[in-house]
Design a protein around this ligand. Structure first.
Ligand SMILES: Nc1ncnc2c1ncn2[C@@H]1O[C@H](COP(=O)(O)OP(=O)(O)OP(=O)(O)O)[C@@H](O)[C@H]1O
Length: 303
């Protein structure tokens, strides 16, 4: 009985509401491939409950950025039921992003120019011009972020350091009180004080407003006590998705870094032992051929 009671919150967390939808994030039976490539994700499932701070970990190329972009509605994947964020379809329900409820912070400020690809944004704008140009924001929240990120409003965006430019980008991305925030390694350029202050701000957003955060990173300092959940991806496959407190290895290890290091090292060893490990499974290609909805990069241009 006691055991049943202890299990209950977890079951509810997994089942979501009466429609079976979780108001955080739910990915069910997802298939995704880049144009002309074998699928990266096949029958991929993930649930992240509201209020969670979930770390997304995995080796280079394991699919973290791709997954975050899919959750951010930047790729059309499957029908409306496959990738659900806040009970909406991440791609189809454009008000998710337009309202600021779903926010994505990743990559660097750039624009795509035909065959030249991504080129950094250039132009003589002040930080003030950029930040105050975002309409409909709460002045108190804006002031708090400017102070937290130690932004000088007179900075000229083409003459600042990478870290300073990143602070302005982060500030703009956080001006609206998001409900779901997807972070792709955006704290990598920040100095340690700003990074820790920002992590505290994120924690507060989750605890006070019930916001949900998914954070892909390779830097684990200070995250043992910050994260509530952890998702480990390997080659597009979810190897683990659980509460941080349920990660057994953390109980007998000094820190998260060494635990993740041991997971990634065991992947590398497996690849070395089996030269065919990287061979795309035949069923992945077959699955793609039989699936009616594949991603469309062209559709993404309309976002
Ligand atoms: N635009 C693209 N077109 C084709 N393949 C891509 C594209 N972007 C990524 N990939 C491939 O998809 C796989 C997953 O890449 P992704 O960027 O999602 O990995 P990641 O886990 O974020 O890696 P990292 O830790 O290096 O940031 C890789 O094999 C990569 O080569």
């Amino acid at each position: 009985m006691a055991e049943e009671a202890a299990q209950k919150p977890r079951d509810e967390e997994l089942q979501g509401d009466e429609n079976g939808y979780c108001s955080g994030i739910r990915v069910q039976g997802m298939l995704f491939a880049y144009d002309g490539q074998v699928p990266l994700f096949v029958d991929f499932n993930l649930r992240i409950s509201p209020g969670s701070r979930c770390l997304l970990v995995g080796a280079n190329g394991s699919g973290k950025t791709t997954l975050l972009k899919i959750l951010a509605g930047k790729h059309m994947v499957g029908g409306r039921d496959v990738v659900r964020v806040l009970n909406c379809s991440a791609f189809h329900d454009t008000q998710l992003v337009c309202s600021g409820d779903l926010a994505y912070l990743g990559g660097s400020w750039s624009k795509s120019v035909g065959s030249a690809g991504e080129i950094p944004l250039q132009g003589d704008f002040s930080a003030e011009h950029m930040i105050f140009g975002v309409e409909g924001t709460d002045p108190d929240r804006r002031d708090r972020l400017i102070e937290l990120l130690d932004i000088d409003l007179q900075w000229r965006m083409h003459k600042v350091s990478d870290g300073q430019r990143r602070r302005v980008q982060i500030c703009m991305g956080l001006l609206h009180p998001f409900k779901v925030l997807l972070l792709d390694e955006v704290t990598v350029d920040l100095d340690v004080v700003t990074r820790l202050d920002l992590l505290d701000f994120f924690r507060e957003e989750c605890e006070q407003r019930g916001a949900t955060i998914v954070y892909a990173t390779h830097i684990f300092d200070g995250l043992e006590t910050w994260a509530t959940h952890l998702a480990h991806i390997q080659d597009g496959e979810l190897k683990r998705g659980e509460k941080l407190s349920d990660v057994g290895e953390l109980k007998c290890s000094t820190n998260l870094l060494s635990v993740v290091e041991s997971w990634l090292r065991s992947e590398t060893k497996r690849e070395k032992k089996n030269p065919f490990y990287q061979t795309p499974p035949v069923q992945k290609t077959a699955a793609l051929a039989s699936f009616p909805f594949v991603s469309s990069r062209h559709m993404a241009y309309y976002r």
